[in-house]
Design a protein around this ligand. Sequence first.
Ligand SMILES: [Zn+2]
Length: 308
Amino acid sequence: MVRRLGFSLSLVLALAACRGTEIAAPASRAGAATVSTQNAGDTRAAKALFGAMSTPSAQTPESHGGYASGCQAGAVQLPETGATWQAMRLSRNRNWAHPTTVDFVQDLSRFAATLPGWDGLYVGDMSQPRGGPMLTGHASHQTGLDADIWMLPPNRLNLTRGEREELSSISMRRSAGAYTNDRWTTQHMEVIRAAASDPRTARIFVFPGAKVAMCNWATGDRAWLNRIRPWHGHHYHFHVRLSCPPGDRTCEDQAPPPGGDGCADAQTWVDNILNPPPPDPNAAPATPRREVTMARLPVQCTGVLESE
Ligand SMILES: [Zn+2]
């Protein structure tokens, strides 16, 4: 019962978390050449179509479009269990991704397995078999380049399917994300630093208190901190976002983060959690998430859907 509650709560938080600007930011090349007029009139809801696909397309692997408005051709599956990882919540069928992402997750899990107390990684949502928008959950994770990694250090990698549905990750935050809690360890920072230092990585999303903790912990080279982006939620898992793989010509990268280590911005976020500024009376009301129609996806996504 408690576990179930924990899971539903983390799901709600994940939903809230992935409804932001940066995490679901439009591609840096707005109106990129991939958006075609060929499917301009296709008002079908993309999430219903992509959410119904249970197998990958029989195509060469390729990411099309942006993280929050795209799809993936020829996705590969992260094997459900490896020597240093397990994919969680198999019923969701979201352990699919670009081959680059699958390689990345396996590499990171091998590093994690070298750390005391960590047998490897528990891997949360990646993408649907053909990517695209989802019926539930994330706004991003559409192009096979996003992966959620659980904060719970694995102490066994022989969880059954059932256990992978029931087990919950653990939260790392206190004071609404201003600080890390007593479950947070140096090993968490080592895993996240390794992920951020990988040349395949564009961004890592994690709660603000964790970024500040890593800012205070880092010695020497601080370049990797630039790619650690404080964000809502992201205290049960951290989110790895890879850059477009070389050669995927219709894949749309996000603009890179502002220069520097980003530590002052993260500290400001923390300060605002602890002492919230008065609400801005002129603030625009939050805009609801816009329905992604097929017309908003690159035309190649129609081919991804129609492929065998
Ligand atoms: Zn995510």
